[in-house]
Design a protein around this ligand. Structure first.
Ligand SMILES: CC(C)(COP(=O)(O)OP(=O)(O)OC[C@H]1O[C@@H](n2cnc3c(N)ncnc32)[C@H](O)[C@@H]1OP(=O)(O)O)[C@@H](O)C(=O)NCCC(=O)NCCS
Length: 197
């Protein structure tokens, strides 16, 4: 089986993938220890899920999602408040410009709010050498199945407006554009998809 739910032993690899292949996300800029805590929380939270894709012993990609991203992020920050405070202060000391990004992070839920769609796909990345072989599509499809299994009938995702390959991927998976918005001084697009019964 190529696709599997995240295991404790694979958290470091997923954090490394996130750091390498989604380097511009604020979460990535907070460093690998932060990402490990993020994925550990996603593994433990009843609101989150992470799937990994394997070929032999090599992880080729992962996807992270939430049945309710607002609740997930709130419980994540409250549950690790002192850790996040410490790690954020250290990152801010090194990169003061992160302050405005961190401030904006707290406005994210409002910007992507859609009536009746609380589920969200948060991050996806595929090893560059394995791209364009359908792995991203399989990860999304499995996430839709996971959400359906949990009784959810719609999901959203936000991407940078100039990230054409991810937008193409989402459109291929029947996501439609809901709105455009600005976040971290960049233009983003919010897309959503209904999950058939
Ligand atoms: C986006 C990403 C996950 C796609 O993974 P993938 O395994 O290559 O995706 P697939 O092979 O399933 O591609 C499905 C469709 O996506 C679109 N797509 C994927 N790569 C593309 C590219 N380089 N240019 C244009 N469209 C592309 C195409 O429509 C493609 O269908 P096609 O091959 O029939 O034309 C991968 O490029 C990636 O890891 N990017 C870096 C991380 C990132 O930016 N993540 C998104 C923000 S969290």
């Amino acid at each position: 089986m190529n696709l599997q739910l995240l295991k404790q032993d694979d958290i470091s690899q997923v954090a490394r993938f996130h750091s390498l292949y989604i380097p511009h996300s604020t979460f990535a800029q907070l460093g690998i220890p932060f990402l490990k805590t993020l994925y550990h929380s996603l593994l433990k939270s009843r609101y989150g899920f992470v799937y990994t894709y394997w070929e032999g012993k090599e992880m080729q990609g992962f996807i992270a999602g939430a049945t309710d991203s607002q609740r997930l992020l709130r419980s994540l920050f409250l549950g690790h408040f002192l850790f996040f405070l410490g790690i954020s202060l250290r990152a801010l000391f090194r990169h003061p410009r992160l302050l405005s990004s961190l401030f904006q992070t707290f406005q994210y839920s409002r910007k992507v709010s859609l009536p009746q769609t609380k589920a969200e796909l948060l991050f996806i990345a595929v090893n560059p050498e394995s791209r364009r072989r359908g792995i991203g599509s399989k990860l999304i499809l499995r996430s839709l199945e996971e959400l359906k299994r949990r009784g959810i009938n719609g999901v959203k995702v936000s991407v940078e407006r100039n990230d054409q390959k991810t937008i193409n991927l989402l459109q291929k998976m029947h996501f439609c554009q809901e709105k455009k918005f600005s976040f971290y001084q960049r233009e983003r697009v919010l897309l959503s998809c209904q999950i058939p019964e």
